[in-house]
Design a protein around this ligand. Structure first.
Ligand code: GLN
Length: 485
């Protein structure tokens, strides 16, 4: 059994195709491990009995030509799953059972994957440590009482702890890449419009994007092949010619031009992050890439702009939770007090904070000063990238300004929590693709990630560069399984 859970997704698929392993054996191995790993609090909802049933059916008459034949997968609880509770980590959706399936999860099942259950996340994907979930915080397998990052913290923790061979998360300001960086896993945020947002609980619609979280880069390419498709159900889905990402993977990056943005050398950045970045630069040179210093002058405005735009969109998106149409309802003397009670009991503190900020910056009198200004800054940030991409093919930065921190360390200081996203949010504001790959460790042995940012719709380029780096880095998490009961 320990052999099964140690296989990468693509190795697992080979074994299924060669009939060396059955879907049932694999599914049971992951379930058995999840049962012993409850202390990590990765799952909000499990669907184990159904998973075994489906695995049995797959073994009897499944299609082995599928891309994910009989592979069990757990996914972030932000993806609506037909007939299975979908909470978005919130009390207000704690009893919500969708009658439809998100497009990206449907793609997984259409390629033969089997749902294991729904993974914990920050409430409405707002957070960087998975501490805002109504269902409790998630622990990272990399260290006791350490956060897995957020908001896809349950996904990252489950993946690193080998409770699922791969998973998918969502990234509005860094929620795939930052937890990947904290847990020594690979996280890819595709170009905005690459993966359908249909059926994903909305946080900030102009920024949200689903993407793979995997053990290595080739698994990310494989998952992207499955989930990136044009979808008429999402008006922002883009009908571009997608690559055959997995098959086309190449580690030849000779002559590629990689930009190093000087504005990402932020004050107070730990030495270990500096040297991680420097080592990444050295490695890329060794692999034949050309390193070019670039400038992204508006970088320092990205975080403040994000924390205006994202709450503004959130306040509008979350207006639908009124106790009438979805989920939790509290009683009240009249309609208005029913709304008030439902929303004050149903939402947690961080979500309320964002709704208030969002409502404020959209209100008449403040709209021009805040929201409109933030949108203008957003354009300038995008222009910086456009300018840079005239001379480079991709950009290398650290994924996060620090390694994982302890649970509780930043909960009283939202601004220091928001600073986690300093290297990831410019990417969402510009709609670009970016990947975080594990590249080193800090003094506590906690993983550190490097981020590669690409041109829009050029995921293949990003995958190729990170694939070639990964080979040389040969990162190993070497977790001690201390959480197993
Ligand atoms: N940490 C960021 C936030 O709290 C990003 C969240 C996300 O990408 N979903 O908004």
């Amino acid at each position: 059994m320990s052999d099964i859970i140690n296989l990468t997704l693509s190795a697992l698929i080979d074994k299924i195709k060669n009939k060396e392993l059955s879907s049932q054996e694999i599914t049971k191995a992951y379930i058995a491990r999840a049962e012993k790993s409850k202390d990590l609090n990765t799952y909000i909802t499990t669907d184990f009995e159904n998973a075994i049933e489906k695995a049995k059916k797959f073994d009897e008459k499944g299609n082995f030509d599928y891309k994910l034949p009989g592979v069990p997968l757990a996914v972030k609880d932000l993806f609506c799953t037909n007939n299975l509770k979908t909470t978005a980590g919130s009390k207000i959706l704690s009893n919500f059972i969708p009658s439809y399936e998100s497009t990206v999860t449907q793609h997984l099942w259409d390629e033969g994957a089997i749902l294991l259950g729904k993974l914990n996340c920050d409430e409405f994907a707002m957070g960087s440590s998975n501490e805002t979930s109504f269902f409790g915080n998630v622990e990272s397998p990399v260290g006791k009482k350490v956060v897995p990052g957020g908001s896809s913290g349950g996904s990252a923790s489950a993946l690193a702890a080998k409770l699922t061979p791969a998973t998918i998360g969502t990234d509005t300001g860094g929620s795939i890449r930052q937890p990947a960086s904290f847990t020594g896993t690979v996280g890819l945020k595709p170009t905005y419009g690459s993966c359908s947002r249909y059926g994903i609980v909305a946080f900030a619609s102009s920024l949200d994007q689903a993407g793979p979280m995997t053990q290595d880069v080739s698994d990310a390419a494989l998952m992207l092949d499955v989930i990136s498709k044009y979808d008429t159900k999402d008006s922002t889905s883009v009908n571009f010619k997608r690559g055959d990402y997995f098959k086309s993977l190449s580690s030849n990056i000779k002559g590629k031009k990689i930009g190093i943005p000087k504005e990402y050398r932020v004050d107070g950045m730990p030495k270990e992050i500096e040297s991680l970045w420097q080592d990444g630069i050295t490695l890329l040179k060794k692999l034949g890439a050309k390193i070019i210093d670039i400038s992204l002058p508006h970088t320092k405005y990205a975080l403040p702009a994000y924390y205006i735009v994202a709450p503004a969109e959130a306040s509008s998106n979350l207006a639908r939770y009124d106790g009438v149409k979805y989920g939790y309802r509290s009683e009240g003397e009249n309609l208005i007090s029913m709304y008030e009670n439902t929303r004050s009991e149903g939402f947690g503190d961080e979500v309320k904070r964002r709704i208030m900020i969002g409502t404020y910056v959209l209100s008449s009198g403040y709209y021009d000063a805040y929201y409109l200004k933030a949108q203008k800054i957003r354009r300038l940030i995008k222009n910086d990238f456009d300018e840079a991409y005239k001379s480079v093919d991709a950009i290398l930065t650290p994924s996060t300004p620090s390694s994982a921190f302890k649970i509780g360390d930043k909960t009283d200081d939202p601004v220091s929590m928001y600073l986690n996203d300093i290297f990831t949010v410019p990417v969402n504001l510009s709609g670009l693709p970016a990947i975080s790959i594990p590249a080193g460790k800090d003094k506590n042995n906690y993983p550190l990630g490097l981020q590669l940012i690409g041109k829009a719709f050029e995921e293949q380029n990003l995958l190729d560069i990170s694939y070639s780096m990964e080979k040389e880095l040969s990162f190993k998490n070497n977790l001690q399984d201390w959480w197993i009961k």
